[in-house]
Design a protein around this ligand. Structure first.
Ligand code: JHZ
Length: 393
């Protein structure tokens, strides 16, 4: 049974940035509620939005906007070559190519349903299928040769139908072939009170416990896990077909599951505690903003993230609180954040001459941003983060 534990209110679609001429139009909204399945321990949002409404020819998010992500994909590619030496790789959700760019064009293909992004890798010479991943596409891609490796980062959590995904993976993989999935860790999400990991696109936030149960149904199993820092703490799962005896199951799998059970990810009461922490986080963040506004401080946002959409709309933060957001992404600049309708301006180095406090929308890139904004910090400039608890830093 799926039990609801969190209500994040009525939310617009997270990546639907608004053009100025459309500001008066009514936005599509949906009820963002999160639940826990006490049978397979899966955490999911309760109402989903169709994939066509979210992932289409105007998708604004580009992985390559952050050096942290580019470096992480580069390091992983190096590791993959060394450990698995794959001859044919498929990336599901190849975005703007931050991962596939690290491989020989003959050895890798991308799958990217968002047409604008698929065009980027196509232009670079990488074979890219601008279609949704599923059994038909999998058969088309692997007609001549099967894949030794399928990689997918921040994509599995976006696809509702596991049957479609894993039947397609099963078909595409060679006997010794493996699947590597990388998605935000539920354990980290709960530890950090990162409720903004929930929005329309994140249908699931996985625990190892839940993923193991899902994979079992499709005759797959996890044989290794790495905890990585990307996107506020993710897990990289190395997965194989059950009858693939080529890889031994590492102790990392048992260790991760023990950690999750110790934290209580298998119990509904843990999620009810999280709900209380989320309510408290909202209260604290609003108190901080109110105090700053009473002192006539100018607040701007940094990183118009999908996550920000959840925070701003759940907390009721708007233009009266945050003057504008800065972002480097061309698809977002001069548009307005969904729901809150705060303007997104082209990124310019921060200066304490024109801003007092900066709300970290991209808190997951805090280290990268702080490095970039050394001068602002030296001048006494401050940031607000809500992770793990709202505070000024
Ligand atoms: P970032 C998106 O979520 C959506 P978001 C998606 N659903 C998902 O799962 C994750 O990505 C992976 C900007 N920025 O990565 C770039 C600067 O302006 O936290 C981005 O717009 N300057 C697919 O949107 C945003 O911040 C900088 O120096 O929550 C970061 O978005 C840096 C580092 C980033 O993902």
């Amino acid at each position: 049974m799926i039990k609801k534990f969190l209500d994040l209110g009525s939310q617009p679609l997270a990546n639907s940035y608004i053009l100025k001429k459309n500001l008066k139009l009514k936005e599509k909204k949906f009820k963002l509620e999160v639940g826990f399945n006490d049978k397979n321990f899966l955490v999911s949002i309760l109402k989903t939005v169709s994939k066509e409404k979210m992932f289409n020819k105007n998708y604004p998010y580009k992985s390559s906007e952050s050096n942290t992500m580019k470096q992480s994909f580069k390091n992983l590619a190096k590791k993959i070559k060394k450990r698995f030496n794959p001859k044919f790789i498929i990336e599901v959700g190849s975005n703007d190519g931050a991962f596939i760019k690290n491989f020989d064009k003959k050895k890798v293909v991308g799958v990217e349903p968002c047409y604008n992004l698929a065009q980027i890798t196509k232009k670079l010479g990488y074979k890219t299928y601008s279609e949704y991943w599923g059994p038909n596409l999998s058969k088309k891609i692997t007609k001549i040769k099967k894949a030794d490796l399928i990689y997918s980062a921040n994509t599995l959590s976006h696809i509702e139908n596991f049957n479609e995904i894993f039947r397609a993976v099963d078909f595409a993989l060679s006997k010794k072939g493996i699947l590597i999935l990388e998605d935000p860790s539920l354990l980290k999400c709960l530890k950090n009170t990162a409720y903004d990991q929930f929005y329309c696109e994140h249908i699931y936030v996985f625990s190892t416990l839940a993923l193991k149960n899902i994979l079992k149904k499709f005759n797959f199993e996890i044989f290794d896990i790495e905890n990585v820092n990307t996107h506020g703490g993710s897990n990289r799962y190395f997965i194989k077909k059950k009858d693939n005896r080529f890889y031994k199951i590492s102790t990392t799998v048992k260790r991760e599951i023990s950690k999750e059970i110790r934290f209580g990810l298998n119990k509904f009461s843990t999620y009810k505690k999280f709900e209380k922490k989320v309510l408290n986080s909202k209260k604290k963040l609003l108190q901080i903003i109110k105090k700053l506004k009473n002192k006539k401080q100018k607040i701007i946002g940094y990183g118009a993230t999908a996550k920000s959409c959840t925070v701003l709309n759940y907390c009721g933060i708007g233009k009266q609180d945050i003057d504008y957001f800065l972002d480097t992404t061309s698809y977002k600049i001069n548009k307005f954040l969904p729901g809150s309708k705060i303007l997104i301006k082209k990124y310019k180095k921060l200066s304490s001459n024109n801003v007092d406090v900066v709300y970290l929308g991209a808190w997951n890139f805090k280290d990268e941003i702080f490095k970039k904004e050394k001068k602002f910090i030296k001048e006494g400039g401050k940031f607000i983060t809500h992770i793990p608890l709202p505070k000024i830093i």
